[in-house]
Write a protein that binds this ligand. Structure first.
Ligand code: NAD
Length: 499
């Protein structure tokens, strides 16, 4: 049987690539080939950008309520198809079905927010800044924007980008992760069905070469990237070096801080989900647990709870953790476990021993916990992006804050405590962009913005929310005088002051 080909979207048509470079997309729990993805040719990328440039001419002047209505229809279509889209995420990425639904749902929330674009894209107006002079600002779309997305949220992260960009009046070229592009293309089918004019949204595929072509293209005005830190840095430098606006959301090492006055049962359950959910293939997963003082005594119970997690294919009802995306990702994780042992950390729980009956070919790895971790160890310094947790013990909250602030990444963190005083100190002194208080994965909803900081982000503005409106628009300020015959100044004014 012919393997299904993932389509590109160019000028309103879902088309096959003419490329000779195709890669298989295996189901990570079985290795069954689901489809193959093309690496778009230079000519196809050019066609996609040309279609977006052409479409921008009329889309930018399409009345804002009409743009909002398309978003309203899109949110309805995504909602109707939520289950099928989650099936697709589970098949190509491996997440459990409820988590896959969450992946699409958190993207859907951005589309819902984009429905209110008219009030979000409102400018400002000040009357009488001088005699009969008014000043007002208009937020105008930039033109063609492009988005480059990672594998770990094929539903949510493309939806972080193009709904807001398009609602603001831009046109868009999306380059989804080559590891799981099936779901983004399915959602784009819904966007077309919702009524997007041809060329407003386009999709090309591939890896480095496709990304470089987008970063270099003179007609692309802004690049939004989410992915690893080394790639994000390259993309940021290349795109901004070419004079484009760029925002790059990147890697993380998120610390969960536990004080002994926290509600123990609630805290341990929340942390298990945050440390091992989605097999920790989340940029907001907790990678390091900082147990303060007597909270260190909770470690054995935490390890026992982690042992109860069921590893298996994402479509089985009682599965807690699905597989890693590819065999290479699993090998990377096992390599880090070996390094942790060699560098002297204490292996409290070894995920390498997991085997899943009936799915022996799956890229499974169970929860893994190291204690006695020190900051020099590679398992702490580097982003593992798998279910390997580092545990450290400190004596005071001050030490926990200093330890966390010493890490170069600033994506997310969470404190567990019943003390408002401690929580307030933490929120004030911690140098991390997204802070949870008794909440382990504090990803803001779309009326705010994603605000990772320091080594986790390049560019000032985050995706979605208010910051996305700023990112995807140019502010134009108009200062206008409508002089009345009787009030026209009767003299030349050579000073800079308005009269
Ligand atoms: P990745 O960096 O390997 O890939 C991201 C995108 O970049 C993909 O579309 C890929 O095709 C492209 N790419 C890969 N190599 C490239 C190169 N040399 N030049 C140009 N483009 C290239 O990331 P990934 O493995 O898909 O995703 C996991 C990473 O994403 C983790 O580091 C995770 O922390 C990060 N992430 C961050 C956030 C956030 O909001 N901060 C969210 C999700 C994921």
């Amino acid at each position: 049987m012919d393997t299904k080909k993932v389509k590109m979207l160019i000028n309103g048509c879902f088309v096959d690539s003419a490329t000779s470079h195709w890669e298989d997309i295996p189901n990570p729990a079985t290795q069954e080939i689901l489809a193959k993805v093309p690496y778009s040719t230079a000519g196809e990328i050019e066609e996609a950008v040309a279609a977006a440039s052409q479409a921008f001419k009329s889309w930018k002047n399409t009345p804002i309520p009409m743009r909002a209505r398309i978003m309203l229809r899109l949110q309805e279509l995504i909602r109707k198809n939520l289950d099928q889209l989650a099936d697709s995420v589970t098949a190509e990425l491996g997440k459990t079905h409820p988590d896959a639904k969450g992946d699409v749902f958190r993207g859907l929330e951005v589309v819902e927010h984009a429905c209110g674009i008219a009030s979000l894209q409102m400018g400002g107006y000040v009357e009488n800044v001088a005699s009969r002079v008014d000043t007002y600002t208009i937020l105008q779309p930039l033109g063609v924007c492009a988005g480059i997305t990672p594998f770990n949220f094929p539903g949510m992260i493309p939806l972080w980008m193009y709904p807001m960009a398009i609602a603001c009046g831009n046109t868009f070229v999306l380059k989804p992760s080559e590891l799981d592009p099936i779901t983004p293309v399915k959602i784009a089918e819904l966007a077309q069905e919702a009524g997007l004019p041809d060329g407003v949204l386009n999709i090309v595929h591939g890896g480095k070469d496709t990304v470089n072509a987008l970063c270099d293209h003179p007609d692309i005005k802004a690049i939004s990237f989410v992915g690893s830190a080394p790639v994000g840095t390259l993309v940021y430098n290349r795109a901004s070096g070419n004079g484009k606006r760029a925002q790059c959301m990147m890697a993380a090492n998120n610390h969960g801080i536990v004080l002994a006055d926290a509600n123990k049962e609630y805290t341990l359950n929340a942390l298990i989900g945050a440390c091992f959910g989605a097999s920790a293939q989340r940029c907001m997963a907790i990678h390091t647990l900082v147990l303060v003082g007597k909270a260190n005594e909770w470690l054995p119970e935490f390890v026992e709870k982690a042992k109860t997690l069921k590893v298996g294919p994402g479509w089985e009802k009682d599965t807690d953790m699905g597989p890693m995306i590819r065999p290479a990702a699993k090998e990377r994780v096992t390599g880090y476990i070996e390094q942790g042992i060699a560098q002297g950390a204490k292996l409290e729980l070894d995920g390498r021993v997991v085997s899943v009956q009936g799915y022996e070919k799956g890229n499974f790895i169970g929860p893994t916990i190291f204690s006695n971790v020190t900051p020099e160890m590679s398992i702490y310094r580097e982003e593992i992006f798998g279910p390997v947790l580092s545990v450290v013990n400190v004596n005071t909250l001050d030490e926990a804050i200093a330890f966390t602030n010493n890490n170069p990444f600033g994506n997310g963190t969470a404190i567990f405590t019943s003390s408002g005083v401690a929580a307030h100190q933490f929120q004030n002194e911690i140098d991390v962009g997204q802070v949870g208080i008794n909440l382990p994965i504090p990803v803001p909803l779309p009326f705010f913005s994603f605000t990772g900081s320091r080594g986790s982000k390049l560019g000032d503005l985050g995706p979605y929310g208010k910051q996305a409106v700023e990112f995807y628009t140019q502010t134009k300020t108009v200062t206008a005088r409508w002089p009345k015959e009787t009030t026209v100044p009767g003299e030349v004014n050579t000073a800079i002051t308005l009269k």
